[in-house]
Design a protein. Structure first.
Length: 347
């Protein structure tokens, strides 16, 4: 009489253990790939630096001919790429999970565009530079997110409505950016262009500290809500029935995800499609095994790190990382739109 329930419980526990082991393996592989990618970008470039020399330089040794290349040129670029990618990956999967739609990514619905438009406005109109531009970009990203959320509110936020409003605002902001670039004097045009393509050219280690703090603060807050966020996948009614405070959870997710994307955009500009691609890639690797927040952060870091290296050294000419990730992300975006139109007839 009791064998069947006991066997079912044992089988369930076995599945949970297998899923947990699979999750640990995938996270370990992603972490190892990221570490290997960082070391390779420190070793390879216009000149080759042996791994032993790289490790000596990282340990603080002064190696003639290698210290400047590794410590001043390659290391800041690698660190900023990893942090920017992790922020975009976390912000993207948070929106996609909350709204249960892969199109609900900050770089699709206009949040990244808002931050870059704010930065271009600060450079061209306000004649600002340095950290002041980053602050304006962060404020603009947060402001656009609030506007999108407000305009899409109709006794709740529907994912499709928010996405359509975000796409419309993104198009309007892109037009504003184009107008500002037409007005830009030649001496500010090059700096302004970085904010519409996405690039880690000229990255400095002092840019990494505020980005790292933002990742710890907002990423940690987002991780603290990972169970509620995962429950939202099953629908609002079921999530509310399981005790999730929908309004509080959505507010925390929106604020933290937008802040992560805004801080990343303030450093690198809007690196196209990283927030959009990280979550689906992580989901394909992990399956349904728990939260996708950490896997998406690792995938995002890999995308920016390897995309930047490919743009610098593996293509016929040098391209910023935003061009490389844009080429990767555009076909997937078209695929999603075609698939959704076939299954639903609408976004």
């Amino acid at each position: 009489m009791n064998q069947t329930p006991l066997n079912a419980i044992s089988h369930f526990r076995h599945i949970r253990r297998a899923n947990a082991k699979h999750r640990v393996r995938i996270l370990a592989v992603l972490s190892a790939c990221l570490l290997a990618g960082v070391l390779l970008t420190l070793m390879l470039g216009q000149s080759f630096t042996p791994l032993s020399t790289v490790l000596r330089v990282l340990g603080g040794a002064d190696v003639p001919g290698a210290s400047f290349t590794v410590r001043e040129l390659r290391l800041p670029r690698a660190v900023v790429s990893v942090l920017v990618g992790a922020c975009f990956g976390l912000g993207g999967i948070a929106f996609q999970t909350m709204l249960r739609n892969p199109l609900a990514s900050p770089d699709i619905i206009g949040i990244s565009t808002g931050a870059s438009t704010g930065a271009v406005f600060a450079i061209v109109v306000l004649s600002l530079s340095g950290p002041a531009v980053s602050l304006v970009a962060i404020a603009a990203g947060l402001g656009v997110a609030l506007l999108i959320y407000t305009l899409s509110w109709r006794q709740g936020v529907a994912g499709g409505r928010l996405i359509l409003i975000g796409i419309g605002l993104a198009a309007m902001l892109q037009s504003i950016t184009a107008y500002l670039l037409m007005r830009a004097p030649s001496w500010t045009l090059q700096e302004a262009l970085r904010w519409i393509t996405g690039s880690v050219n000229g990255a400095q280690l002092d840019q990494a500290l505020p980005l790292f703090i933002a990742l710890l603060l907002f990423g940690g807050l987002l991780l603290s809500r990972r169970r509620d966020l995962e429950t939202l996948r099953m629908g609002d009614d079921l999530a509310a029935g399981l005790g999730v405070r929908l309004a509080v959870t959505r507010a925390v997710v929106v604020i933290t995800a937008v802040a992560l994307v805004a801080f990343a955009t303030a450093v690198s500009g809007p690196v196209a499609f990283v927030a959009f691609l990280s979550g689906p890639i992580a989901a394909r690797l992990m399956g349904r095994n728990g939260s996708l927040l950490v896997p998406s952060a690792l995938v995002g870091a890999l995308l920016v790190l390897l995309g930047d290296y490919a743009g610098q050294f593996l293509l016929p000419a040098r391209y910023p990382v935003g061009i490389v990730t844009g080429v990767l992300g555009a076909p997937y975006l078209l695929y999603l739109i075609v698939r959704d139109n076939k299954t639903q007839g609408t976004l």
